[in-house]
Design a protein around this ligand. Sequence first.
Ligand code: G6P
Length: 608
Amino acid sequence: MCGIVGYIGNKQAAPILLDGLGKLEYRGYDSAGMAVFDGQEIRIAKAKGRLKVLYNMTRGGGTMPGTAGIGHTRWATHGEPSDTNAHPHSNEDASIVVVHNGIIENYMKLKKKLEARGYQFHSETDTEVIAQMLDYYYRGNPLEAIMKVMHRMEGSYALGIMFRDHPGEIYAVRKDSPLVVGQSPEGNFIASDVPAILKYTREVYFIENEELVCLKADSLNFYNIDEEELQKEPVTIEWDIHAAEKGGYAYFMMKEMQEQPKAVADTLNPRLKNGGIEIEELGMDEEELRAVEKIFIVACGSAYHTGVTAKYVFEGLARIPVEVDLASEFRYRNPILNKNTLVLIVSQSGETADSLAALRQARALGSRTMGIVNVVGSSIAREADSVLYTWAGPEIAVATTKAYSTQLIALYLLALKFASARGTLRKEELQTMLEDLRQLPEQISLLLSHKEKVQKFANRYLAAEHIFFIGRGIDYAISLEGSLKLKEISYIHSEAYAAGELKHGTISLIEEGRLVVAVLTQPELYKKTISNIVEVKSRGAFVMAVTTAGNTEVEKVADYVIYIPETNPYFTNSLAVIPLQLFGYYVAIGKGLDVDKPRNLAKSVTVE
Ligand code: G6P
């Protein structure tokens, strides 16, 4: 994880690099640095802390003249966040400089070899090894040296490299870490992600694994690992630049929560056609849908929670067995897959290392694979047999909200598609459910418009140390997400429990005044969860319930009730999650925390 950016052209590079790094801070923000080349000398500036430290240190880039440069924003993997460990890294005389996103797995071995040959290292990073190895193999031809180093490195990388001997050139290469190249009349760019360069160009090239690019101010040359030149086609990015900005809200997270009605509608509406569901990019006909014997949903973090919900939806509606796995577990558990299994990888970024590895394993074991992905052209999107895009637009806040909501929609659509193909859902039932789906954007808007009610309640719990979330069935899946939202941004310890399981140990933690958030949206389970509320109430808990409008019985047992509009029980997650997102948000805001950049977390986790 980390973000890299580079520019070469007819403008001053440093301000462009700083600007691009600002858009990449979601990829890491414990230190930042840049190297700028004025044709004579490569100047390096780097500093621990947020980008503004580097900005102030270089007076907005003013102290670093030059029209070529590379920059980096870091999320530490090898070596703590520090000035020394910050990128760029270089060889001894700073004639070769490197920025890196990813992890070199065999760096210790490579470092030892270089040390035996007299090389000295100053940082604890794996990246410095790359710079020194380049030095070792460099004989005046950058391409040749980079290829040699690539053959020796194991792991993942996107690299930006400059050689003092080659003014007017930047080299970039990738393997298993994202990299885009942008092209404009004023110069050319590299970046880990499109928003970093969107202000300057919409013409981009997606670099594939083990491809290398040489950027000059007015030309781009692409090569494969055998040094053969490649012809690549640019892609035009249609995103609105403002979508990548905060749009007037204090935090991206609030902006993105507010965007949920639109994101949900954008993901849903284009697929509701001719009285049914049409998913153009599905790549499976009805017969193929019927042939699937088992589905595995594999993901990390919140995306995993959408899978927990989807299991109930797929099994309930399409009567097809579903297993839900954390990607980091799936890849090492030797899953039983074959041509009749479908592995669904759910990922906002499409770059999460464990999810990508799980996808590759599923393919290797002969399973059909499908990505549910938000970032077009991302690794998972490109490598899966087919991809169902969520149209949430760029998500900047580390804690996902709108991407999560669109993942749910994609999964509902897929479940309904399976159910229709397999004949487990009557036509009229399908029509009613599609109508329910169509209502969701408006219902989400309604819940968002009552945010002050949640804020008032949240303000009472700023000093809480532990908060529990309970629910059954889909309500349990919602609880998992509500609990994660709260803990990741407010730093309050929280756990989600299947309500019936609480009494097998965890109830011992319930004491006077402890907040328990109970989710009750499943009509068949209301009564059961009400009993569980009574259990925690009688041990002193304060209970906030999230339930469906009309279920007023809950008021007799809970201390505070939030109602969600009525919808089909399979879709309640899309509504109940809204007050829970708001709750986490307002607790964190009340505590004065930076909700967009919670400590120790990064938006895109491209390491194992
Ligand atoms: C990180 C983010 C989470 C996200 C998870 C999976 O941990 O902080 O919000 O759910 O990665 O990311 P993905 O991009 O694969 O959905």
